[in-house]
Design a protein around this ligand. Structure first.
Ligand code: ATP
Ligand code: MG
Length: 387
């Protein structure tokens, strides 16, 4: 496929922070980016060269995108597959609708992962009250997850008995769900991979992820696991990309359970929060890599500059107003990224910072210290406002 040269327009469906970071990476390479997002003010829309305020299935907007752009991508996995299919008739679309569809449905996703030989958490499909009643007790305690439209731990409930499975099934809207056995996790890791139109594949270093309340909190890179386990995760991630005949950037999340067994949790068909460290921490970021795939350029080197620690900044930190960013900015090895969202809500991803240090333990300590200062300040400010 012929490379798309800088200066061309690239299209993006979705206006969130992933889209913003993609837009910035593509622009710095000389591309122009047009975003389709229904919101008036969106993180990506506010930095893009153009913003079409329209729904993702709006025919006029999609036709405009197809006419103007050499290639189109998406930044969130719930983008309607029809939109991607429609665009694919006119321009390069990365990733393709069919690969996105696998990741949009936990049932298909789990079957696909098992099909490529990756272990998944033991699970059952729950599509009716009868399924809930007939649940295999060996899957309990478990987690009932809606098959579609879940993110950041939303759309899932912990369950310990058949009665609770039934109640959770109704509470989640009586839609198709998977019941997963709750595993005893030693660690969570993830791996971002890019695969080009010529089949070239490159993985990024494996990240070790800590979650809080179902939302990614901190990523430590390289993951503090045996080299052999990191290799297995990278190999498994390549297998996923190849089996999907994927063109673009994707991330696979894994659980590490006792004995170092790797359990594939889910596929995100896009750059991922656990890959944000690549912006400052690697020769090529996951977002530049996404632009490279779309434009049929050779993939960039994914080698890390050294260890890095990425810390998410959630809206909770804004409870008493804008945080004091000097705590991050005064540190010469910390990089602040704010997404330009106008409203901070609890649990909303507002930004992140990354600490880079040749000494991994020091990077972890520094990141924790910066975060503790931000938290303490916010708590003190809240206290003083309420007194
Ligand atoms: P995200 O989009 O942020 O990745 P999600 O809503 O898709 O989240 P999952 O990745 O399925 O949800 O689960 C969120 C977190 O809940 C996991 O990272 C893990 O910490 C925990 N979790 C999920 N499934 C299991 C399980 N079977 N056993 C133990 N812990 C689990
Ligand atoms: Mg997840």
């Amino acid at each position: 496929m012929k490379a798309v040269a800088p200066g061309a327009w690239l299209g993006l469906l979705g206006g969130g922070q992933l889209g913003r970071m993609f837009t910035m990476a593509a622009q710095s390479m000389g591309y122009k980016v047009v975003v389709v997002d229904p919101g008036d003010h969106s993180p990506a829309g506010s930095v893009a060269d153009d913003h079409l305020r329209a729904d993702y299935l709006d025919a006029t907007a999609l036709d405009e995108l197809a006419r103007r752009c050499a290639a189109v991508t998406t930044e969130f996995e719930n983008v309607p597959a029809e939109a991607l299919r429609r665009l694919a008739q006119h321009c390069v679309v990365s990733p393709a609708a069919d690969s996105v569809a696998v990741a949009q449905d936990r049932i298909r996703e789990k079957r696909f992962l098992a099909g490529v030989g990756l272990a998944t958490a033991p699970f059952a499909v729950i599509e009716s009250e009868a399924d809930a009643d007939a649940v295999d007790a060996r899957l309990l305690p478990g987690i009932l997850k809606r098959a579609r439209f879940g993110y950041d731990g939303k759309g899932q409930m912990r369950v310990a008995s058949a009665d609770e499975v039934r109640a959770a099934f109704w509470a989640l809207g009586a839609e198709a769900c998977v019941l997963e056995q709750r595993l005893d996790l030693e660690l969570e890791v993830s791996c971002v991979v890019a695969r080009g139109f010529d089949g070239e594949v490159r993985t990024f270093p494996v990240a070790e992820n800590a979650h809080s309340a179902g939302i990614l909190d901190v990523s430590i890179v390289p993951a503090r696991v045996a080299e052999e386990l990191a290799h297995r995760a990278r190999d498994a991630t390549v297998r996923v990309a190849e089996a999907l005949d994927y063109r673009g950037v994707l991330c696979v999340e894994y659980f590490v359970v006792r004995g170092g067994e790797l359990i594939a949790n889910e596929i995100a068909p896009r750059p991922h929060n656990s890959g944000h460290y690549t912006i400052d921490g690697c020769i090529t970021s996951q977002f530049e890599q996404q632009a490279r795939v779309m434009c049929s350029l050779p993939l960039g080197d994914t080698a890390p500059h050294g260890p890095s620690v990425m810390v998410n900044l959630l809206g909770d930190l804004w409870a008493a107003g804008e945080p004091d960013w000097t705590h991050v900015l005064c540190h010469p090895r910390a990089k602040l990224h704010l997404y330009g969202k106008d409203v901070a809500r609890v649990g909303r991803k507002m930004g992140h910072f990354t600490v880079l240090d040749d000494d991994q333990e020091r990077a972890v300590t520094t990141a924790r210290a910066i975060r503790a200062k931000l938290d303490a300040d916010a708590a003190a400010e809240l206290e003083s406002q309420s007194s």
